[in-house]
Structure formats: structure tokens, C-alpha cells
Design a protein around this ligand. Structure first.
Ligand SMILES: CC(C)=CCC/C(C)=C/CC/C(C)=C/CC/C(C)=C/CC/C(C)=C/CC/C(C)=C/CC/C(C)=C/CC/C(C)=C/COP(=O)(O)OP(=O)(O)O
Length: 312
């Protein structure tokens, strides 16, 4: 039973929300303050990000199960709901629970960060509501993921919201004026692109099945070869942005840390490019891409800590 729920939660995939929100908070600490209050706010932000990803994972499986989109030829991991170990009703109830928890932790984080400034409070509540709706309607109802808009949603929420949103909330909690900086913009775009790459690799794996099921993801629309080129282009743009963020706002020598941090994702991208026609190889590459994203974020967190203690 526990094993089924862990597979449904997709524990390893949560590395993405976790490391993206941690990096966003690290930027907030860098430009704001490190104290018990900001650390508690950051913990709530990270928990909210993880809960929102759990919600999107549940909703994805619920929507796919309702549409019978995950057929017997699926190359991705077998989900508990596909084999009936978890019923659709239990999954629906769990989605309600996770939404409630995310709303609770999210609202507390927002109030801690911006106090009772109603206008800013409204902006962040809007962002939270948008995130909940985006997570649910990816494959349910509107099912925008079936029309190729999943990449855009992932870019917005895993990139812009997780980095800029978290950074602004920590600055708010630091009571040092909510602001944005060139490195946070560039990193938000780079991290958003990395998250899109993880989704795109899974969609490359599923091109044949998705085309049969009418799921028009970007990968299904582009086909195998162009999808691999698109993945490479995404990597190049994100790597350049990550370097630019470091070179313009931090120490030049710290770019070396970023180079090393970007290598695992490069290796994964190149392997997908080489083995693009072998869906099984592409499938196995998703977890390495996830790890690559987390390592990039970790290397940036190290740069920010170094800069904070040594140079700032
Ligand atoms: C009243 C109310 C609801 C208030 C809301 C309160 C609230 C939640 C406030 C939050 C405000 C805060 C704290 C904001 C700070 C910034 C934060 C934390 C932002 C969160 C960003 C974040 C990590 C979001 C992740 C979840 C979201 C929203 C995802 C949307 C994008 C999306 C649909 C991704 C799909 C991911 C999935 C499931 C991919 C599966 O791919 P697929 O290939 O199909 O999988 P398979 O392997 O099955 O084939």
C-alpha cells in the first residue's frame, strides 16, 4: 500500500520542485536576511512547492487514467492507478487533501512574507490559485497538456514562480522591500527551461503512444529528430543564461562552479540526442536529467552561499 502511494507521489520527481524552490529561497536570502523568521518562511515555501508538484503528479495520473492514455505499451513507469492498486476515488480524495495542505502552507507563507499589504497579498494568492489550477487542469477537464501547453505551464510555475516567487517572498519576510535582480530573472528563465527539458524528455519517450491517443505535446508535434534538436537548443539557451547570471552578478571565477554544475545535464542531453530513436534509452534518461537539474541548482546555491559569506 505504502509502495503504491510512493509510486503515485513519484518521490524522485519531487527533486525538481524542491531544488527549484530552494534556489529561489537562496536568492531571497542572498539579497535579504537570514534569520529564524525567513528560514521558517522558506521552509513553508518549499513544502508548498513540493505539495503543488504532488498535486500535479496525482492530477496527471487521474486525468490519464480517465482518458485511458497510459496503454499497455507505455514505456514510462507503471502507476498504481493504472493497475488498480489505487482507486480513482482515493486519488480524488488525496488530491483534495494535498490541495488543502498546499493552500494552508502557501497562505501562511504569503502572510508571513507580506503581512497585511492587501495588494501584494492578492498578487501572491492569485499566483497560488493559478498554480493549483495549472496542476489540476494539466490532464483533467481542460487538459491543456494534451494540446501542447504543458511546456509553457512548467516553464511558468517551475521556473518563474518557483524562482522569482520564492525570492520575492523571502525578501518580503526579510522586510527589505520586494525587488527583483538581473541574476534572478536570468536564473528563473534558465531553471524554467531545465524543467521544460525534463518534461520534454518524457514526452519524447511517449511520442508514438501520445500520437495514437491524440495527445499533441510539443514532442509529438515535432517528431523525434526535431524534438532532439529542440532539446539541444533549450540546453544551450539555459546554459548561456546561467553563465550570464553568474558572470554579471557574481564573481567571474564562480562560473567554474556553474560549468561543473551544468555538466550532468549536458551529458543527459547529449545521450538523448544520440539515442533519440530508441524510446527505452530516452525513457531511462529522464531521471538523469532530473538529477542534472538538481545538481545545477545545488551548484548555484553553493555560489550564493560563498558570495554571501565571503564577498557580500
Ligand atoms: C485559495 C488558494 C487555493 C490559495 C493558494 C495558496 C498557495 C498555494 C499559495 C502559494 C504561493 C507561494 C508560496 C508561491 C511561491 C512560489 C511557489 C512555491 C511556486 C510553486 C511552483 C511549483 C514548484 C509548482 C509545481 C506544480 C505546478 C503548479 C505545476 C504546473 C505545471 C504542470 C502541469 C506540470 C506537470 C508536471 C507533470 C505531472 C508532468 C508529468 O509529465 P508526463 O510526461 O505526463 O508524466 P508521465 O511520466 O506520467 O508520462
Amino acid at each position: 500500500m505504502l509502495k503504491d502511494w510512493l509510486s503515485e507521489i513519484r518521490v524522485k520527481s519531487l527533486m525538481l520542485a524542491l531544488s527549484n524552490c530552494v534556489l529561489g529561497c537562496a536568492l531571497g536570502f542572498y539579497y535579504g536576511r537570514v534569520n529564524c523568521f525567513t528560514i521558517t518562511t522558506a521552509t513553508l515555501i518549499v513544502i508548498t512547492g513540493i505539495l503543488l508538484q504532488v498535486l500535479s503528479n496525482f492530477a496527471d495520473d487521474y486525468g490519464d487514467a480517465c482518458k485511458n492514455a497510459d496503454g499497455p505499451n507505455r514505456l514510462g513507469p507503471i502507476r498504481a492507478v493504472m493497475i488498480g492498486s489505487i482507486s480513482l476515488t482515493s486519488l480524488r480524495k488525496s488530491m483534495a487533501l494535498v490541495t488543502t495542505l498546499a493552500t494552508l502552507t502557501g497562505c501562511i507563507a504569503i502572510v508571513m512574507a507580506v503581512g497585511y499589504d492587501l495588494q501584494v497579498l492578492a498578487y501572491f494568492t492569485f499566483l497560488g490559485v493559478a498554480a493549483v489550477l495549472a496542476a489540476i487542469f494539466y490532464t483533467i477537464g481542460l487538459a491543456y497538456g494534451y494540446h501542447g501547453f504543458g511546456d509553457l505551464a512548467v516553464f511558468i510555475f517551475f521556473g518563474l514562480a518557483a524562482i522569482l516567487g520564492s525570492q520575492m517572498l523571502i525578501l518580503g519576510a526579510s522586510r527589505s522591500g520586494i525587488d527583483l535582480f538581473p541574476d534572478s530573472y536570468m536564473l528563473a528563465v534558465a531553471v524554467g527551461i531545465h524543467s521544460v527539458m525534463v518534461l520534454h524528455i518524457a514526452n519524447m519517450r511517449d511520442i508514438t503512444e501520445d500520437r495514437l491517443n491524440g495527445k499533441k505535446t510539443i514532442a509529438a508535434r515535432l517528431g523525434t529528430h526535431l524534438s532532439a534538436v529542440y532539446l539541444l537548443v533549450l540546453y544551450i539557451i539555459s546554459a548561456l543564461l546561467s553563465f550570464a547570471a553568474c558572470a554579471t552578478s557574481h564573481q567571474l571565477w564562480e562560473c567554474i562552479i556553474i560549468v561543473f554544475g551544468l555538466l550532468p545535464l549536458l551529458a543527459s542531453t547529449v545521450r538523448v540526442f544520440i539515442h533519440k530513436h530508441n524510446a527505452k534509452n530516452v525513457a531511462s534518461e529522464r531521471k538523469y536529467a532530473l538529477i542534472g537539474c538538481a545538481i545545477h541548482n545545488f551548484s548555484w546555491t553553493i555560489v550564493l552561499i560563498l558570495d554571501f559569506w565571503v564577498y557580500y
